[in-house]
Design a binder for this molecule. Structure first.
Ligand code: NAD
Length: 321
């Protein structure tokens, strides 16, 4: 069995490799070559922690396994460790034997950023110039860095509930050589592409904050009750997602479907656009919305890639098991 420790991931994994892995697994999901197992997430009654498993099997990529982990809110204060903790376990699909254990913290950020980037590649207008960010926390920096590689963006505009965090994303824009401007939410109408990545339970982005022709990737809503955008925005948009079952239960579409504004059949797999079985964007005025809920197969895809890279560069630790 191989171990790829968290400390090695930054040296091994590239944004390009994460992008290819996630694009490939979304395509496999849409062609029914890969499926996610039901998600388990439990409040364990200790340290206020939320712990769970996201797993699946990708027959196309031959990746079988799960990501185990969750959120320990006291980690930083008590242990000087980050609050989100996860580890990916891969198994041999032919034998069921454990194949690898991989640090999952950085991989989670890279695979989540890759998901919105894949949506931008396939759904945003080719002439998109203004990138809008709603959110400026840990994930937002990865999201923006990856998104800026998808189009020839000339400006980044940003809004955050906690304005003192905006320098986090301003720094990323500046590193990419793109000017940054803080705006109010009404100012988001200038954006051609918007990414929202916040932990809010009440919508902050209203339907009239998003102009016709925009592509918006909603990446923060991954739990029942969370909501980043007004539900009527989904009714005005063509809605895509990583996985329909998650989108309508724990994703942004839970609210629009729950209140009858859209039907489950109005939510389409991004993988179908990648495979060419859904046309994707069909006009310059259309709003496309990607509901990125985060699936276990994304984790397995990037972990499998990183194991291959670790073996290639001789840093995978082999243990008898
Ligand atoms: P973080 O704590 O670093 O940042 C939180 C962000 O949410 C900040 O921008 C903060 O200002 C904003 N925020 C907090 N309360 C708010 C409110 N009431 N209204 C509006 N904005 C508010 O967290 P993070 O690690 O960047 O994660 C952000 C979100 O992304 C979380 O909800 C997390 O669960 C989710 N997430 C989703 C995926 C996925 O695959 N879709 C993967 C990882 C994380």
């Amino acid at each position: 069995m191989l171990i790829v420790p968290e400390r090695e991931i930054a040296n091994l994994m590239t944004r390009d490799a994460a992008f290819d892995a996630v694009e490939g697994v979304f395509a496999a999901m849409a062609s029914k070559d890969a499926y996610n197992f039901p998600v388990i997430r439990e409040a364990i009654g200790h340290e206020e922690a939320l712990y769970g498993f996201k797993g699946g099997f990708d027959k196309a990529g031959m990746a079988l396994g799960l990501k185990a982990g969750g959120y320990w809110p006291n980690n930083l204060e008590k242990h000087g460790a980050i609050n989100h903790q996860s580890t990916v376990f891969l198994f041999d699909p032919d034998t069921g034997m454990a194949r690898a254990m991989v640090g999952g913290n950085l991989l989670t950020a890279l695979r989540t950023a890759a998901a919105s980037s894949v949506s931008i590649k396939h759904l945003a207008r080719p002439d998109a110039k203004v990138m809008g960010m709603v959110g400026a926390g840990h994930q937002a920096t990865f999201q923006l860095r990856a998104a800026l590689e998808q189009r020839a963006f000339e400006k980044v505009i940003g809004w955050n509930y906690h304005p003192e965090m905006l320098p986090n994303i301003e720094k990323i824009a500046n590193e990419a050589g793109v000017p940054f401007e803080a705006v109010d939410l009404e100012g988001m109408v200038e954006a051609d592409v918007v990414i929202s990545i916040t932990s809010t339970f009440a919508p902050t982005i209203m339907a009239d904050h998003v102009a016709p022709g925009t592509h918006i990737a909603c990446m923060g809503t991954d739990t029942k009750g969370k909501q980043e955008v007004e539900a009527t925005l989904l009714a005005k948009s063509t809605v895509f997602t990583d996985e329909v079952a998650q989108s309508i239960s724990i994703g942004e579409a839970q609210h629009a479907v729950g209140s009858g504004l859209i039907a489950e059949s109005d939510v389409h797999e991004l993988g179908a656009v990648i495979n060419g079985t859904h046309a994707g964007r069909t006009s310059d005025d259309e709003i496309t919305l990607f509901d990125g809920t985060g699936v276990g197969l994304q984790d397995l895809a990037v972990a499998a890639r990183v194991v291959a890279l670790a073996v290639e560069s001789g840093v995978a630790i082999e243990v008898d098991f």
